[in-house]
Design a protein. Structure first.
Length: 251
């Protein structure tokens, strides 16, 4: 049971937190760039490198359940090391979250509901990274603490809430329910209410990615029963779905 929990903990790292800054409508790379050059640009970005390691991690989590004990043991060790490598990459992502929280709070939105969901998402992601970073020395075997697992449980709750806010926002956008109103004063001094254009909805792929990722913290917390093979499959599929957008943004 301890081994299973550990591997699930390794799966609880967002596909789209580092990739979240990459828009899902990113422009396609220039056709003049060679595939090798595009790959170099992609892997030279933090989001691209993290996504690549996450793809490998999904594969090794699946192979960790192999019948061959040697393969399973090596896969489990590889998954642990990949997870730690990804922890290094996203250690300072909380600074981006802090910036986004303040930017969202001070920015004018056409819809208060849209702003609220944005603020909830970034605030929850900030708390996720703060709590996760508290366990970094434990994972590095430098300072082992007894509160490691409870803190990760709370961290994953915040990640769950962040993804849930993103899903709600996407659904409401798809339904066209975000419509802001602003009061404008005409030249003759009369006030009238103008209907502002709602923010453009993201593609439905965003909803699929978030729905897959939602299962990861939910399973780690214990809200849903999902085995490690399923966790690895969910990680792999969500990684592949977001791959195109991070690749395009890196070019």
């Amino acid at each position: 049971m301890g081994k299973s929990k550990s591997s699930k903990a390794q799966g609880t790292s967002p596909a789209s937190v580092l990739a979240q800054t990459a828009t899902l409508t990113a422009p396609a790379p220039s056709p003049s760039s060679s595939l090798l050059k595009q790959a170099c640009k992609f892997l030279n970005t933090t989001a691209g490198l993290d996504l690549t390691l996450r793809l490998f991690q999904g594969f090794v989590i699946i192979s960790a359940k192999a019948r061959d004990e040697v393969v399973a043991t090596r896969s489990f060790i590889a998954s642990s090391q990949l997870d730690l490598a990804r922890r290094y990459l996203r250690f300072f992502v909380l600074l981006d979250c802090i910036h986004n929280v303040f930017e969202t709070a001070g920015k004018e939105y056409t819809s208060l509901a849209y702003k609220t969901l944005d603020l909830v998402e970034w605030s929850c992601l900030l708390m996720y990274f703060v709590l996760e970073n508290l366990t970094m020395l434990h994972d590095m075997k430098i300072h082992v603490v007894p509160w490691y697992h409870p803190v990760l449980i709370e961290a994953n709750k915040f990640w769950f809430y962040a993804i849930l806010a993103s899903i709600i926002r996407t659904v409401v956008q798809q339904l066209g329910l975000f419509a802001g109103r602003s009061v404008k004063v005409s030249k003759n001094g009369k006030k009238h209410v103008a209907q502002n254009a709602p923010p453009p909805p993201p593609p439905l792929r965003r909803l699929v990615i978030d729905s897959l990722d939602l299962m990861l913290p939910a399973s780690f917390i214990g809200w849903v029963a999902v085995d490690d093979v399923t966790i690895g499959c969910l990680m792999t599929v969500s990684t592949l779905l977001v791959w195109k957008d991070v690749w395009s943004k890196a070019q």
